[in-house]
Structure formats: structure tokens, C-alpha cells
Design a binder for this molecule. Structure first.
Ligand SMILES: [Cu+2]
Ligand SMILES: [Zn+2]
Length: 195
């Protein structure tokens, strides 16, 4: 129990401003076409002003394929058997260029989360903290949008391809999952950090 309390304190710094108002979401990722990527991603935002933490594991990526573009896309997809193409373009409510997750809101799409890394077994363990996406209500909320995993590396808008500034030249969509709000209590939600 003490460990859990300590753990929660790591992700909810005492110096944070704003009322504690945790929001949780999850996305069940399923493969598209002939690919086999799948897994569950959890999304947590502790306060309206807090970054969103994304935690989860994906399996079925090509071993040693290294980096894969990882974005929130605009439209809803079917949860059990998604057509990832139906997710449309990158979630871009502020009408900006494609960029790196470290860029400011005027230099990236809201949905630009960079790349995830596939290990030698084709698994990707994901722990991302992003200050731009939100679960709280507002134009930057990713609830009811779709997370997409791509076949190729996202060049973060730095490449010389014709689509570097729109998609990061990340290629085909291996899998995707609809981001749905879920009602976890705080301890249950943060237990995922113990696994
Ligand atoms: Cu994408
Ligand atoms: Zn983008």
C-alpha cells in the first residue's frame, strides 16, 4: 500500500496546480488488414492542466522493426474489427503542420505522439507523458478519437518526403483503437504502473 501511495505521488506531483480531477480512458488496439498488432492502452490525466500519461503494451509488431509512427487520428473506428483507414488524418484541431511530440502546439498536430519502439520480440512497451493531448473536455481532448500504429518510422516532419509535413511519412496503418473514456478509481488506475 505504501508503495502504491509513493507511486501515485510520482505521477501526481504535489506542486501541480488545479483541482485533482482524474480522467481515465482506454483503447483496445486491433490489427488492420493482414497485420497482427494488438494490445490495450490506458490513458490517464490527473488534473485539467496535467499531461496525459499513456501506458500499455502492444504485441505482434515485426521483431526488430524498431520505430513505428504513433498518432491520434481524427475519426472513430469500429472497436472490434477496425478499418484503420476510416480514422482519417492526424487529429489536428488547431490546423497546424505535422511535427514532433516535443514541439509546441503551433508546430505539431495535437495527435502527434512521435514513435513507439518494437523490441526483438515485436513487443512495444509504452509509457508516454504528453502535455498537448487532453482527456479533459476541450478542443485538445482525444476522447472518441483513434490511436493508430504505423508500419514505418515517423520522421517528425523533418524528412524531405512530400508527406513529411502531413503524416511524417509513417506509411501504412498496422493497427488502431478507439479511445473511450472508462471509469477506473485512482488506485485501480495506477495499479497498471505496477505491471
Ligand atoms: Cu498516424
Ligand atoms: Zn501529425
Amino acid at each position: 500500500m505504501l508503495f502504491l501511495v509513493l507511486l501515485v505521488s510520482v505521477f501526481i506531483p504535489a506542486s501541480s496546480t488545479g483541482k485533482l480531477h482524474p480522467i481515465f480512458a482506454r483503447a483496445n488496439v486491433h490489427f488492420d488488414a493482414s497485420e497482427s498488432v494488438m494490445g490495450t492502452l490506458y490513458f490517464i490525466q490527473a488534473r485539467d492542466v496535467s499531461p496525459v500519461i499513456i501506458r500499455g503494451t502492444l504485441t505482434g509488431l515485426e521483431p526488430n522493426q524498431t520505430y513505428h509512427g504513433f498518432h491520434v487520428h481524427e475519426f472513430e473506428v469500429n472497436e472490434g474489427k477496425p478499418n484503420c483507414t476510416a480514422a482519417g488524418g492526424h487529429f489536428n484541431p488547431s490546423n497546424q503542420r505535422h511535427g514532433a511530440p516535443t514541439a509546441s502546439l503551433t508546430q505539431r498536430h495535437v495527435g502527434d505522439l512521435g514513435n513507439i519502439y518494437a523490441d526483438q520480440y515485436g513487443n512495444a512497451t509504452i509509457l508516454i507523458s504528453d502535455p498537448i493531448i487532453k482527456l479533459a473536455k476541450g478542443s485538445q481532448s482525444i476522447l472518441n478519437h483513434t490511436i493508430v500504429i504505423h508500419k514505418d518510422v515517423d520522421d517528425l516532419g523533418l524528412g524531405s518526403y512530400s508527406d513529411s509535413l502531413t503524416t511524417g511519412h509513417a506509411g501504412a496503418r498496422l493497427g488502431c483503437g478507439f479511445i473511450r473514456s472508462t471509469s477506473m478509481t485512482i488506485p485501480d488506475a495506477f495499479k497498471i504502473f505496477l505491471s
